[in-house]
Design a binder for this molecule. Structure first.
Ligand code: CP
Length: 312
């Protein structure tokens, strides 16, 4: 499979998603070797074009590209000519004139990655566009679920928290339904948008949502995107929707606890729960590098065989 762009999971097929997950496996296997690099992207240039803050996604793409031996440029919006009025498309065209091959973009506007893909010749990866999608985060979530549970089909996955403002939630919902998981959304009613035509369950009582859950993916309260008051106070939110040790007593013993980060510890998740043996939050970060290597590999059109990577 050759990927041209990765803009979101809404329009991606089950087979395409599974191909990316399968491709990530040999790259993950590389991480235990003394030499973790393969020359898949030698001679290619990957540009990280981030207009919003990021720790995990930007560094993960940088590491993934470097492990594939690409040249990597990290673009910092605050010190660029954007501050002098240049448009995003002009900035991207300028970067492309220096022979970029793949651009990873994060931007506060929903739809910005799709717009960019029409404006430049490089392959575009959506590193998070506004409240729309964050496809590589969802893919690394799926890789982690499959790694830990052996499958995704039939799993009960609860997505807890600020779903309204969450691009991670949207990409997770689109992908999980295609992969055959049962998805339950749990949050105050003000933080659950209507998903027309999508077969998701809604549960406002976290204790009830936890009873059958195989996985709970806890989302950050995105105060920076909140223009209105969606709940009385953070304290009130934590009381009803914070994942605490007390509420975890209602969950299965082997539930997986996930969070895309960055976490508001002791707001949406207790620090003891985030650090508990059921938590796979750090493994999500590790798996993110493998999944992003797989996406870059599939985009590069490399003829290096996956079994050769595994045997490297
Ligand atoms: N999960 C995620 O997108 O984290 P960053 O904002 O740190 O990239």
């Amino acid at each position: 499979m050759k990927l041209t762009h990765l803009l979101g999971l809404e329009n991606m097929s089950k087979t395409e998603i599974e191909t990316i997950l399968d491709t990530a496996r040999p790259f993950k296997n590389l991480f235990t070797r003394s030499v973790k690099k393969v020359p898949v992207l030698r001679g290619k240039t990957v540009v990280n074009l981030f207009f919003e803050p990021s720790t995990r996604t930007r560094t993960s793409f940088e590491l993934a590209a470097k492990r594939l031996e690409a040249d990597v440029i990290n673009f910092v919006a605050a010190t660029s000519s954007l501050s002098k009025g240049e448009t995003v498309a002009d900035t991207a065209e300028t970067i492309e004139a220096m022979s970029s091959d793949i651009i990873v973009m994060r931007h506060s506007q929903s739809g910005s990655a799709s717009l960019l893909s029409k404006a430049v010749k490089s392959n575009i990866i959506n590193g998070g566009d506004g409240m729309h999608e964050h496809p590589t985060q969802a893919l690394l979530d799926f890789f982690t679920m499959r790694d830990k549970k052996g499958k995704i089909e039939g799993l009960n996955v609860v997505i807890l928290g600020d779903i309204l403002h969450s691009r991670v939630a949207r990409s997770n919902i689109y992908g999980l339904l295609k992969l055959g998981a049962k998805v339950t959304l749990c949050a105050p009613p003000t933080l659950i948008p209507k998903f027309h035509g999508l077969n998701v369950n809604i549960e406002y009582d976290l204790k009830k949502a936890l009873v059958d859950a195989d996985v709970i993916n806890v989302l950050r309260i995105q105060q920076e995107r909140m223009e209105n008051s969606y709940f009385p106070s953070l304290r009130e939110y934590t009381r009803f929707f914070g994942l605490t040790e007390e509420k975890m007593k209602h969950a299965k013993k082997d539930i997986l606890i996930m969070h895309p980060g960055p976490m508001n510890r002791d707001v949406e998740i207790d620090h003891t729960v985030a650090n508990s043996p059921n938590s796979v939050i750090n493994e999500q970060v590790t798996n993110g590098v493998a999944v992003r290597m797989a996406v870059l590999y599939l985009m590069s059109g490399s003829d290096m065989r996956l079994d050769k990577i595994d045997a490297n």
